[in-house]
Design a protein around this ligand. Structure first.
Ligand code: ADP
Ligand code: ASP
Ligand code: MG
Length: 409
């Protein structure tokens, strides 16, 4: 008998029919002798619907009240799923994050889980119950409801698995595993049987929506065995996130491609080329708690240079305002320009460590299609480029083909 945590995403619980399907899968696992804890998302579309309601009242909704509102989506699902299981004759109890005592920090809308009190869940499991927990939510030390950021139910699932020392955390979604890229963009994308934890971290942080980045961080920190599977397929092994590179397996150099439209680019023009300039530009940005991603400073001529960087799209206006009003006059820059019609496309693979020429192949493939690269950043196992947003999907398709990701390695 093993303890298994299963997480079901929004599409998987999007209707009563689907909730019934999910219940059958849970029942099957329990009947075969396992202890089951389930984390669920809100029914598909529900979180967006609630966010839209909030925005009809407040342009920037009050963060605390927004959490009270959006956390209700998951509460609906836990009750419905539990009712179905009870109807099927199973002993079941549902809990909100607050009821479990999922303690988070106080950062509303993007809270981090600090601790989970697993005693109540354990007692229920020992008494033969299936335990159903609302994903995406917790409470801070004062009992204020918090939520964990979009896609946060993945993190609830993995955090529960870590706290309960589960044998495996199974993430059930609408695709049957982690693919070489989003199969909605590249139909030829292939499912990966395994992916290393490091690669999954990169893919998730570079925009691949399949797992929330924090869930992967948790899995790494607490060595949770994590598997992504389809809730629609009868069976299948999905994708296992592994901690060690499987030395026996032929590994492709590139494992996957991620993309996102979440960033905006800002360029400070005509900056005096002298020590301390990067700090004078980015210091105030950091002080305003704005994350900076890619940075480029060109080699100056005539003592002048241009300085570009990217920020999250929803911080674009705020950053531009601050630079124009404070930083530009301070450092005597000529102008501050920017735009949010950009996209980031990244190739990821641990194989990059042992091969040269990957970057040049990437750049050549994009050049052959006339796609201009605006910025580049690299790490040991990834290369990211910023391109015009309208070329994003084309760039992903070209790179997928160029690196033979549609062929089995
Ligand atoms: P859930 O509601 O179950 O949490 P999500 O919509 O958050 O599901 O994540 C699943 C989706 O992630 C898929 O439908 C797919 O379009 C997208 N996706 C993005 N990148 C990948 C990838 N590399 N492999 C598989 N799916 C991906
Ligand atoms: N319901 C939340 C969202 O849509 C959390 C989740 O589904 O993981 O982002
Ligand atoms: Mg998700």
């Amino acid at each position: 008998m093993a303890l298994i945590v299963q997480k079901y995403g929004g599409t998987s619980v999007g209707s009563i029919e689907r909730i019934k399907n999910v219940a059958c899968r849970i029942a099957k696992f329990q009947s075969s002798g396992h202890q089951i804890v389930v984390a669920v998302s809100a029914m598909s579309g529900e979180t967006n619907r609630l966010l839209t309601l909030a925005k009809e009242i407040q342009g920037i909704p009050d963060p605390r009240e927004l959490d009270v509102l959006v956390s209700t989506g998951e509460q609906v699902t836990i009750a419905l799923l539990s009712m179905v299981l009870i109807e099927m004759g199973y002993k079941t109890k549902s809990y909100t994050g607050t009821q479990v005592r999922i303690l988070t920090d106080a950062a509303h809308n993007k809270a981090r889980i600090l601790q989970i009190d697993e005693s109540r869940i354990r007692a229920d499991l020992d008494a033969g119950y299936i335990v159903v927990v609302a994903g995406f939510q917790g409470a801070d030390e004062f009992g204020n409801i918090t939520t964990l950021g979009r896609g946060g139910s993945d993190t609830t699932g993995v955090a529960l698995a870590a706290a309960l020392k589960a044998k495996e955390c199974q993430i059930y979604t609408d695709v049957d595993g982690v693919y070489t890229t989003d199969p909605r963009v590249v139909p030829e994308a292939r499912r990966l049987k395994t992916i290393t934890f490091e690669e999954m971290m990169e893919l998730a942080s570079l925009g691949s929506k399949i797992l929330q980045i924090r869930s992967v961080e948790f899995a790494g920190k607490y060595k949770v065995k994590l598997r992504v599977l389809s809730s629609f397929a009868e069976e299948g092994e999905g994708t296992l996130i592994t901690f060690e590179e499987d030395k026996n397996m032929e590994h492709a150099i590139i494992s996957g491609i991620a993309f996102n439209r979440d960033e905006a680019k800002i360029t400070v023009l005509g900056v005096p080329d002298r020590p301390g300039i990067a700090y004078q530009i980015l210091g105030p940005v950091a002080d305003a708690n704005i994350d900076v991603d890619m940075i480029i400073q060109n080699i100056g001529n005539d003592g002048m240079t241009n300085f570009s960087f990217t920020v999250n799209r929803n911080e674009f206006e705020r950053t531009m305002d601050m630079l124009k009003s404070q930083v530009q006059p301070d450092i005597g820059a000529r102008d501050v320009v920017g735009g949010d019609k950009i996209a980031k496309v990244s190739i990821v693979g641990v194989g990059m460590r042992s091969y040269v020429g990957i970057a040049s192949k990437m750049f050549r493939s994009l050049a052959e299609e006339g796609i201009n690269i605006q910025m580049i950043s690299t790490s040991e196992i990834k290369i990211s480029v910023i391109v015009d947003e309208k070329y994003m999907e084309l760039a992903v398709r070209i790179l997928h083909k160029a690196f033979d990701l549609d062929q089995a390695p």
